[in-house]
Design a protein around this ligand. Structure first.
Ligand SMILES: C[S@@+](CC[C@H](N)C(=O)[O-])C[C@H]1O[C@@H](n2cnc3c(N)ncnc32)[C@H](O)[C@@H]1O
Length: 259
């Protein structure tokens, strides 16, 4: 199958139809340099599982979930447990977010890139921003987040669908990249560097899981040094880092740049 046929086939399938077309095309084109037409569809699906599908233990029906939320049958604190990354952060989230506010001058625009359900955690903690924009490749999830923001009167919060590797982000004071860099690197390490270089922010908050999805700790921390170097090379200085129960958070400040 050629690239166009693979992209159409993936987007027509029930499992992957919620994904951003830009992302599916980007992944397929990148893999097409490495694999034959015969292998391309399977390799593309495997990559999509790795960077997106693996984080929901079972795929939520977001329409039904929103109905349950409106009917007061599920609370925000339980919704975050559906995504493995927010489930892991839920335990420590006030501590993680206090660590971020203590080390940054956050107030105005914040970008949360590769957000998953983290925006919901932001809503249920005491942290407030004037303008909070969150980005992910999952169209149903982002629509669901916008519905939740609307129903809770959060006019300062907005969810957008995009492939971070191909998007021009607006300027902001802070960008949150919780557990995102290893995922972007799995798609294309060169484009991951370009993404970091293009961001126009004063502070970057980057985190990594302390264990892999299968629970392994071995080699995880050593691996993250590579990303710390990557971010530093893009003109950011590491100003703080702390290990929490399930993730390690690094805060970087852009050097010589005024907003
Ligand atoms: C490990 S999860 C982290 C979720 C969230 N940041 C958190 O820590 O709670 C990675 C997230 O990145 C999203 N993602 C993967 N590739 C992306 C891309 N190219 N652009 C934007 N988001 C992406 C996935 O859909 C998933 O929600």
């Amino acid at each position: 199958m050629d690239v166009n046929s693979v992209v159409s086939s993936v987007l027509e399938s029930k499992k992957y139809r919620d994904l951003s077309e830009d992302l599916v095309r980007n992944v397929t084109v990148t893999l097409s340099y490495k694999y034959s037409d015969k292998e391309l569809l399977d390799k593309t699906k495997a990559k999509l599982r790795q960077i997106w599908g693996a984080y929901y233990s079972s795929r939520p029906d977001f329409k039904k979930l929103f109905g349950k939320f409106l009917g007061k049958k599920i609370e925000l604190a339980d919704i975050v447990k559906i995504h493995s990354s927010t489930k892991e952060r839920a335990l420590d989230c006030e501590k993680v977010l206090s660590f971020v506010t203590e080390n940054t001058e956050v107030s105005r625009r914040v970008l949360d890139i590769g957000c998953g359900l983290n925006p919901i955690l932001m809503m249920i903690t005491s942290l407030q921003f004037d303008d909070y924009i969150c980005f992910d490749i999952d169209t149903s999830q982002q629509h669901f987040l916008n519905e939740i923001f609307k129903s809770e009167g959060k006019t300062n919060m907005k969810a957008i669908v995009c492939d971070a590797l191909m998007y021009d982000f607006p300027r902001a004071e802070l960008a949150i990249l919780f557990k995102l860099l290893p995922v972007l690197n799995q798609i294309d390490s060169k484009k991951c560097d370009e993404f970091l270089n293009k961001l126009e922010v004063n502070y970057l908050v980057v985190s990594f899981p302390n264990r892999s999805l299968s629970g392994k700790e071995k080699g995880m921390r050593e691996n993250y040094k590579i990303y710390v170097e990557k971010v530093s090379k893009c003109g950011y200085a590491l100003i703080a880092n702390r290990e929490f129960s399930n993730e390690t958070v690094y805060i970087f400040k852009k050097q010589n740049r005024a907003m």
